[in-house]
Every structure is written in structure tokens, then in C-alpha cells.
Ligand binder design. Structure first.
Ligand code: S3P
Length: 208
């Protein structure tokens, strides 16, 4: 009986980690959707390292992102971003939060597709605006009309973010609820229905 009951005791988190192997979980989506906050919490749940691509880019460059944009321009930042993400993907498994523009580059998307499972944290315009107003360190939003800039970026980017393996709605609910949804969705994606259907009722009928 204890043998029959044991599969139900394997946690979804452990299932996910074993299904990932060396692959990482990569969070993509617009500025302000909570990629770093959700990613950090998800990494704790999965007992995986958390890496923030923006922080790694700043460390590699020895300057902040606004400084990189100011001194070298966006193209230079994007090239560095692609290199840093490629390196981080080679060091998996980890939970990796990417900057909002990273997934726009096809080469980076292809790398993510082969070395990770991607989750688009999707939030609507109002949620994004409320959150990005709290910080002034995003060079792309230092415009006369940040709302219009967010609208334009969303129009350009959402079809591309939609190429991620999974989509989770980021909204104003407790972070842990979003993390729970990420874990459930990852589990269904990576471990399929068999694992998802191992309910106590199934186990009970299996041991009868
Ligand atoms: C950017 C998003 C930022 C940062 C840079 C550019 C973007 O990261 O990489 O300012 O193009 O959307 P967050 O999404 O973590 O704010």
C-alpha cells in the first residue's frame, strides 16, 4: 500500500525540476509585470537559483542600465543582453527573469526555446502603468508620453511574447497566487495529465 501511495507524495515542484533537467524557466514580458518578483519566489519554491538578466548585464558592464543606454546606446545594450542571456542559459537549470525587450530578438528566442521553458507574464496596460510609475530607471520610458510609449511597445511586443511556451496573467493579486499558477501550469506542461491526475481518489482506487 505504501508503494502504491508514494507517487501522490511527490511534489509538483520536484516533478517540475526533474522534468526540466538542465533547462531553465525563463520569464518574459513587459516592464513592470513582476518578472523578478515572481521569478525570485518561484525559484525558492523550486529550490533552483534565481538569476535576473538585467542585474547580470549591469555586473558584466560595470554600470547601470541607464548608463549603458546613455553612453553606448540601445543597440550596444541589446547585444550585451543577448550575450549575457546565452551564457545564463548554458548554466541552467535556474529561474531566469529577462528584461522586457530581450525576447524580441529572434536569436535569443531560439536559444530560450531550446534551453528553457518560457512563461509570458502578461499584464494589461493599466497594471503596467501603475507599476512602472514607481521607478524612474527605465530608459525606454523617459519620453514625453510614457503611456503612449507603453501602448506602442505593447502593440509591437505582445504578438512576440505570445510565442512563449506558457502564458500567465499577472494582475493585482498576492504574488504567491501568481507563483501557484505558474507552478500548476508548468506542471501540466512538463509532466502532463498523468502526473496531474494522481489525485488521492485515483490512488485510493488503485489500491483497492
Ligand atoms: C527594457 C526593460 C528593462 C531593461 C531595459 C529595457 C525593455 O527590464 O532591460 O530598461 O526594453 O522593455 P525590465 O523588463 O526588467 O524592466
Amino acid at each position: 500500500m505504501s508503494d502504491a501511495a508514494s507517487p501522490a507524495q511527490v511534489s509538483p515542484e520536484a516533478d517540475i525540476v526533474s522534468a526540466l533537467g538542465a533547462r531553465s524557466i525563463v520569464l518574459v514580458g513587459m516592464m513592470g509585470v513582476g518578472k523578478s518578483t515572481i521569478g525570485r519566489r518561484m525559484a525558492i519554491r523550486l529550490k533552483l537559483p534565481f538569476v535576473d538578466a538585467d542585474t547580470e548585464i549591469e555586473a558584466a558592464a560595470g554600470m547601470t542600465i541607464p548608463e549603458i543606454f546613455e553612453r553606448h546606446g540601445e543597440q550596444h545594450f541589446r547585444d550585451g543582453e543577448a550575450r549575457v542571456i546565452a551564457r545564463l542559459l548554458d548554466g541552467g537549470p535556474a529561474v531566469l527573469a529577462t528584461g522586457g525587450g530581450a525576447f524580441m530578438r529572434e536569436e535569443t528566442r531560439n536559444r530560450i526555446a531550446s534551453k528553457a521553458v518560457s512563461i509570458w507574464l502578461r499584464a494589461d496596460h493599466d497594471v503596467i502603468m501603475r507599476r512602472v510609475r514607481r521607478r524612474a530607471d527605465r530608459p525606454l520610458l523617459q519620453t514625453a508620453d510614457p503611456e503612449g510609449t507603453v501602448t506602442r511597445l505593447l502593440t509591437e511586443r505582445e504578438p512576440i511574447y505570445g510565442k512563449a511556451d506558457l502564458t500567465i496573467a499577472s494582475r493585482d493579486v498576492p504574488h504567491d497566487r501568481i507563483v501557484d499558477e505558474c507552478i500548476e501550469t508548468l506542471h501540466a506542461h512538463l509532466c502532463g495529465q498523468a502526473a496531474a491526475s494522481e489525485t488521492p481518489a485515483d490512488v485510493a482506487s488503485a489500491v483497492q
